[in-house]
Structures are given as structure tokens and as C-alpha cells.
Ligand binder design. Sequence first.
Ligand code: TNX
Length: 607
Amino acid sequence: MRISSFGLCQWYISVTVITLSILAGNADAAINIIPLPRSMAARSDTFIVPDTVAVYSDDATSDSTVPWIARLFQQAGKKTRHVFPAQYANITVRHASGTDTLGSDGYRLTVTRDNIAIEAQTTTGQFYAVQSLRQMMPPEIERKSSLAPSTIRLQGVAIVDNKSRLGYRGTMLDVSRHFITLNYVRETIERMALFKLNVLHLHLTDDQGWRIEIKSYPNLTTIGAATQVGGAHPPAGDRWYYTQDEMKDLVAYAAARKIAIMPEIDMPGHCQAAIASYNNLGTSGTWNHTEVYTGFYVGESCMDINNGVAPVVDTFVRKVWTELVPIFPYEYFHIGADECKYATQAAFTAFVKRVEQIIHGLGKKITGWDEIYGIVSDPRVQTWMQGDDQPGTIFSWCNKMYWDQSNRSGDTGTYPWCVQQVTLQDVYGASPQISSPNSHAGVEGCLWGDKVVASSDDRQLFPRTAAEAEIGWTAANNWTEFRSRVAPFSVRFNLMGISWYTNENLVTWQTGYTQYRDSSDTSVFSNFMPTLIPVDTIRQAFIVATGSRRPPALAAGSRYRIFDLRGRLIGTSDGHGLKNAVKSLVPPDGVYFIVEEKNGSARKILK
Ligand code: TNX
């Protein structure tokens, strides 16, 4: 139990987060892993996690996985120590031989009464085994703070998860239209890792903003990053771009989680921020090129390429990509290349071929949207249009994988130009589309930022990202089964602080948990972070949930009010102590918040 003070305030409350399954010491549950492992056989025995977990690793490759295991068990309120030899270990990590059949991302994970065994041919495979183990642990480990000591039982199982269906399983964040903070990008990386996604595609530039420092073109950030859709500016002391050093750190952070970052610099269209920074990159008479575009609809900018690639454009393209080489080790550079309205086809083709030459000269491969199909020699093209679905493409059909499309018809705050809704089932249902004969190289969900402000809109990413991860990993395609396997993730999402969308009619989410609020729902608990929530937020939640503008006068003793995660008042108990309040008011499962009003003392209790 942790107790901390909120400090001075006019009245005092405390919040208790109770997870009854943990209180009861009963963490057994069906094994619900997403994406679905290739083969999984439940065993009849159970592993009880000891207070100190002894970890054995067999070589340097396996050693690098140990910190992830330590972190996992630390979150579970356990200690770990590294031991030798294996017979003293509760968990063993082994580097499988090169002749094994697990492949570059497969693993074996076996849980028995006596120990947990992880085996893989690569650190990626070992990391994925840890992610599966993470999903077998109680969801409470996802809190920012570690669990208090409790009994954790893991169901015995033998998993062999060999070779993902697609090598590329991506998420795209559009950091240009609305800037996305590094913190949120890191958060997204953590969430991707849980589902074994492996490429974060950053749409770094567009008409509304240039978001990466380029030392040889400083205006790109002084001018090009000064605004976003809607025309706002960064608050004083803040900036809306990433420095090269920040990006290097981010790349390393992602790499540790087995995620590569693919940079995209959109050209020759979608580049108004660049043209506004260096006017001679554009041509007059096509589109306003003296200011960064702050409109919401897709812009129409185009670089000066219709009379041959202008030398100034050629130099720009070469220097920009050159500066990115030491930052992004990923093999592909993405050039967007979509929607360059004012370029003739011949000019566009010549430009793309020239950029390909530059990128090849830098030792990288080139990729982009449908428009470059058939122009470039590298096999990978990303497709949003059904008609351009070709072997080797990255599947991002806008009616299945555009996360800025609504979860349901009529959802405000989204941009449903492609289709009225993309439900969880729609995403899952794309599975047959990505199989042979199309033989896609990958799948990617794209969170465009024209309208969606990512950092306050996890509901566009989740739970749909889980379905994307699943179909990218396995060809198994059983919606009814997936529906029940995804249901308990409501709990994990909540505890991870994800404000997710329920697709309420499609999945019976584990009871007692919240869903993302619609705009009419003013609850502030829907994105609750137990350890980080400021007292003012709790106060506001209290006011919203109770309708009371001022804290009520208190009876002798404490009054407890129980809320669900949506901020709905479940019940009130006066003066009978916490235990009684829990007993009489809290439903038998789920996470609830207990707000304790107490005149004169302040404490926050987390269990
Ligand atoms: C299409 S299709 C775009 C983006 C928009 C998005 C909005 C394609 C490659 N580009 O520029 O942001 O729709 O959904």
C-alpha cells in the first residue's frame, strides 16, 4: 500500500483503486494473447510467481532480454536476480540455435509449475516472448507504479509462436498536421510493443508543418514548424519539432522495443511548410507559397519540378535526406509522393526517379504511396486504394486502416472522407485481403492528423490497433474468437491510461470498466492515470459525478463515494470505514475509484 499526501487544499479526498481479483489473490485467467500465437497448449499446472524471481540467461543475446524480464516482474511487485546455473532459476532465457525453426521473430514460451522458459533465435523473438508473458500477467502491472505484493499465479502453457505472417506491422503517426509530443510518441511505442508491432512510420512533414530539425535549412523549423492545422503557435518556450538529437534518442528507445522508425518527408506535394520556409522550392501561380498552410483540407502545394527538377529542389532533396541518414538506420526512406496536383505525370515520374537515385546513393531504399508504383525499382509501396493493391505492398486501405476514419458513423472529431466508419470488425475482417495471392509485405494503421489530435485521441488507435496487429501476425481469422479474446483488454487499456473506443455493440468488454467517452460525456475519469492524476482533476471529477459545486459538509467519520472509471457514481457510504464501503458498494469485479472525503486530512491510497 502506498500513501502519499496531496498537500494543501481546501478540502481533501483520497482515491483508492481497488482491483478485487488481486485482493483475492486470484490472478488465474484464461490466456488471452493478442496477436494470437501460432500454437498454444494450456497445461493443467500453475506457476506461482515468487517474491524474488531468479532469472538465468545463457549468453550475451539472452542477457539483453533480462532487463525486460526484470522490468516486467518489478511492475508485478516482485524482485529479480540473475542466477547461474539454470537449475536455480525460476525463469530461463535461451538463445535457440540457428537451425531452429522459430525464425527471426518467433519464440517458445513454456510455463510450468516449476518455471518459465523462454527460447528464441533472436532478441526480437525473446522480447516477443516477454510481451506474451506480459499479457498473461495481471493487467494491473500496466500501472505506472508497481503492484503491491500479491500472489500471482500464471496458467501453465506451452506456446510456440514461429514466424509472423507479415514482416512489417506498422503504425503511422502524422506529427505534421498537429504536432505530437515526444512523450506521446514514446507512449505509442510502448503500446505498439505490447502487440508486437515493429515499424513506426513518422509522417514528419506536410503542408501544415515541418517537424524535424535540418541543420542546413534552419527555416524549415523556425518558419515551417511554427504552426499547425488551425493556425495556433507553440506555447512560449515550447517548439513543435524534434531536434536531431531527440530523434536519435527516440530511434534508440524504439529499437530497444524492437520497433524501427521509418521517416517520411513528403515530396514533391504536401510540402507547403518547406516552400513557405524556402520560397524558391515552389513555383508561383500554383498555390500560396509564402506561408505555412494552416487549413484542414489537404493542401495543393508542389515543388518546382514541371520544367525539370529545379536545381534548388534537387539540392534540397539531397541535403535533407543526407542529414537523415545518421538518424534513421531503417532500410527504407518514405517520400510520400501523394497528391501532387500541379505536376504533370512526366515531371512527377522524373522527380521520383531522381529522388530514388539520391536515396539509393545514400544506401537506402525508397518507398511511398500508390503513385510511385511502377516508377521505383524497390518493391515496397504503401497502398490506401483498393485498385492499387499489388504484391509486396503495405496494406493501408483507407476503409480498413485509416485510424482517422470514425469508429462509428457520426462520430464527431474525425474526418470520414473515405468511409463512414471503420469498426474493429472491419479491421479484423481485412485479414483475407492481405493473404496470397496479394502477398503483402505488411500492414499499417495510419493516424492522420488533419482533424484528429492524436495525443487526446487514443480511441482512434485503440482497440483497432490490436486487430491490425493480430491480422499482421497470424492468418487465423476467427472474429467470434477474437471478440472474446480482446474483451479483457478493456482492463489493460484502462490501466495503461489509454482512452479507447469500445465498439460497444461488437464486443462485450470485461465488466466494470470504462469506454472512451463520446463528446457528450464530460467525465474526466475515462483516461485515468491512478498515480499521476492531479488533485484538481479529481475535484473536478467529483463535481461532475456528484453534481455538487462545492464539497458537501461532512458527517462525522468519512464518507466514501464509489465511482466507476467513467466517473459514474456507483454509491455512497457514510461513516463506516473503507472496508465496509468496499464490501457493501463495490461490484464483484472490475476497477473502481473510491473517493474519500475527509475534513482536515489528506491522503491518497493506492492498492
Ligand atoms: C489522405 S491517401 C491522405 C492524407 C490525409 C488523409 C486523411 C494519402 C496518402 N493521404 O494526406 O491526411 O487522407 O484521412
